[in-house]
Ligand binder design. Structure first.
Ligand code: ATP
Ligand code: MG
Ligand code: MG
Length: 353
């Protein structure tokens, strides 16, 4: 097909639309917010809610193949779209990634380790789960959390948790045991409709205030850990019969063994460095997969470090533009609100000749 439909109009949709255009495709996006980052580069925006049947039907009618840029696309919407046009990645990937309980249950079911966890639906279950984890853990909303929102950390907690459940909004929760990780890494991998697999080198990620701050490649891990991470990402792709790019976040434990933190059934912030250090970026890789083109080469041509520009950080633009060996990418957002991802840059370390 020649038109790719994208549900969601944020910066990831924008970068997918750019990659689609470079391969000669048209992009049409569905996004309720007018003048969103993706609208500035897509050929067309359908302004509508993600669960608006009329808008979804319009998107399907305009598209030869469909994808999405965020994991909270309503599963019903994805299934509705899939009745008329192929949707990649599959709705099953959304179901698994949208609910931290379903996600960990799925991962453990295919032999992939995660933090220990307990569903929490009231204060009593929270008290029992905290006791089971020795008083420490991270309480998270099962759904809709991102950038560390909807989380509460308990450290050596021994007081009264009365009201703690309601304080999180009265929604289903999960308590995860607190992982004393040595570092965090992620793998961006992809699977084509023919079953072909590809993965980029693992990135080492640093979070600040729950938001990704930087991704550095190569990560300071040994080859066995890197291979285990890539194998886990491939196993996830195969178990979900997945088509497209995926981001898999890991905790690296002292000694090098891995736990999966979470998966994102889409291109991922920790893979933005690929646009600067690889011939084929994660965005092009995703478009290739959903458009049934051959997957691209994932080799990395530079050591590099990607850093997010969040809120006021955009003030650094001029200084960054003056740096050699730096690739800057801004998302065209007018208002630099606190915590808002405005852009990112990748510093490359050219290899000596
Ligand atoms: P994202 O924007 O990546 O989707 P999110 O809101 O889904 O973020 P998580 O990835 O679950 O949040 O957690 C954010 C960060 O908090 C993790 O990258 C890690 O640094 C820390 N963290 C989360 N869970 C745990 C845990 N069980 N033990 C220790 N640290 C954790
Ligand atoms: Mg998440
Ligand atoms: Mg995360």
């Amino acid at each position: 097909g020649s038109t790719i439909g994208i549900v969601g109009g944020g910066q990831l949709g924008r970068m997918l639309a750019m990659a689609a255009a470079r391969l000669g495709y048209r992009a049409v996006i569905l996004e309720p917010q007018a003048d969103c980052p993706a609208a500035q580069v897509a050929n067309r925006q359908i302004v509508g809610a993600y669960d608006d049947r009329a808008a979804l039907a319009e998107l399907a009618a305009a598209s030869d193949v469909l994808t999405y840029e965020f994991e909270n696309v309503p599963v019903d919407a994805a299934k509705f779209l899939a009745e008329s046009v192929p949707v990649h990645p599959p709705a099953r990937a959304l179901e698994v990634a949208q609910d931290r309980l379903a996600e960990k249950t799925f991962l453990n079911g295919i032999g992939i380790s995660t933090a220990d966890f307990r569903p929490v639906d009231n204060d009593g279950e929270l008290a029992a789960a905290l006791a089971a984890f020795g008083g420490s853990g991270i309480l998270k909303t099962r759904r809709m959390g991102y950038d560390g929102k909807g989380q509460r950390v308990f450290r050596d907690f021994s007081g009264s948790i009365a009201g703690a459940f309601d304080a999180m909004g009265g929604v289903p929760l999960i308590l995860e045991s607190f992982v004393a990780f040595e570092r965090e890494i992620s793998v961006i991998a992809a699977r084509g409709p023919d079953g072909a697999l590809a993965a980029y080198d693992p990135a080492e990620n640093v979070h600040r205030g729950g938001i990704l701050h930087s991704s550095t490649v190569p990560a300071a891990i040994g080859p066995a850990t890197a291979k285990a991470a890539t194998d886990a990402a491939f196993a996830i792709l195969e178990a979900l019969d997945y088509v497209g790019a995926i981001g898999v976040e890991f905790f690296v434990l002292p000694g090098g063994s891995l736990l999966v933190n979470e998966i994102a059934p889409r291109v991922h912030n920790s893979g933005h460095w690929t646009e600067a250090a690889c011939t084929v970026s994660q965005f092009e890789q995703h478009i290739r997969a959903v458009a049934a083109l051959p997957l691209g080469d994932t080799r990395r041509h530079f050591d590099c470090a990607m850093e997010n520009l969040i809120g006021d950080d955009v003030r650094r633009t001029e200084a960054l533009l003056a740096e050699p060996d730096l690739v800057l990418h801004l998302y065209g957002k007018a208002e630099a609100r606190t915590g808002r991802k405005m852009g990112h840059f990748t510093r490359l370390k050219p290899r000596g000749i």
